[in-house]
Ligand binder design. Structure first.
Ligand code: ATP
Length: 249
């Protein structure tokens, strides 16, 4: 019932360029608060930093939510990690095993990427900011899609077949809309412990990769803003989502 109260426009499409792009355009016109768009297929599904998200017809649950916050962008600190926690809670309702999180915002299963999250911002970011929360979850992704995916991925049907797509979509919204409502008050503090319990890489040797540079060290989890703590050469360095990617060393 809470979800119904929070839900704005609900848009279900066969095909679209990118659900994030569509919701972002609505937010930029001052509409789109609470809007949710699902698409069976994205012809230009987006990843972070210009990368693409493979979402062929019938290959997954792809959707975006628009949300307007009264306050600056600092309200959103750690939000992408909290969204990851919310996705794991929805999957847990169906008993999906072996679910982990990879910083900053991927859902992993058995050492492979099961779902991705992409947050995009709009608004002046000082007094008001709006965010698009985009989610792509592999359910029925054809093997042939591997050609376009340059890292190990996995499909929900292989891990836990038989979950009703509509049931799962509803659970995802039941987790995410209330999260967006309460996040400005709760912040990442309310999610940090849950996140760390699901952290795939904490304590392991990792590489942090940016467009120009690479760092190696031991992953020491996240701080209370959601920044990744890397221990290297006797010191610690913090990384913020959006700039870099985490890889196994
Ligand atoms: P990184 O992969 O660098 O850690 P990220 O995981 O946040 O960052 P995103 O930008 O969220 O990556 O997603 C884009 C990347 O995800 C692509 O470059 C590709 O490697 C991979 N990818 C694309 N489509 C899929 C998919 N359907 N399932 C799993 N992985 C995918």
């Amino acid at each position: 019932p809470r979800t119904q109260a929070l839900l704005g426009e609900l848009i279900l499409l066969d095909r679209v360029d990118s659900t994030n792009a569509q919701i972002l355009a609505r937010l930029e016109k001052g509409r789109g608060h609470g809007a949710v768009m699902f698409a069976e297929q994205q012809t230009a599904g987006r990843g972070r930093r210009g990368r693409s998200w493979a979402s062929p017809f019938g290959g997954g649950i792809n959707f975006s939510i628009g949300w307007q916050f009264n306050g600056g962008v600092q309200l959103l600190e750690g939000l992408s990690l909290a969204v990851g926690v919310a996705l794991t809670r929805a999957l847990a309702e169906f008993g999906v095993p072996d679910i982990r999180l990879k910083w900053p915002n991927d859902v992993w299963c058995r050492g492979r990427k099961l779902a991705g999250v992409l947050l995009e911002l709009s608004g002046d970011l000082t007094d008001r900011c709006a965010v698009v929360v985009g989610v792509g979850l592999n359910v029925g992704l054809p093997e042939a899609s591997s050609e376009n995916i340059d890292q190990p991925w996995i499909d929900l049907n292989r891990v836990h077949p038989g979950i009703g797509r509509n049931d799962l979509a509803a659970s995802l919204l039941n987790q995410l809309l209330p999260l967006l409502e309460t996040y400005p008050v709760e912040g990442f503090a309310a999610y940090r412990e849950a996140w760390q319990q699901l952290d795939q890489f904490s304590g392991r040797s990792v590489r942090i990769v940016s467009a120009r540079q690479e760092w190696t060290g031991v992953d020491r989890g996240v701080d209370d803003t959601g920044a990744l703590i890397l221990e290297a050469d006797g010191g610690v360095k913090r990384f913020y989502g959006g700039e870099v990617s985490l890889r196994e060393a």
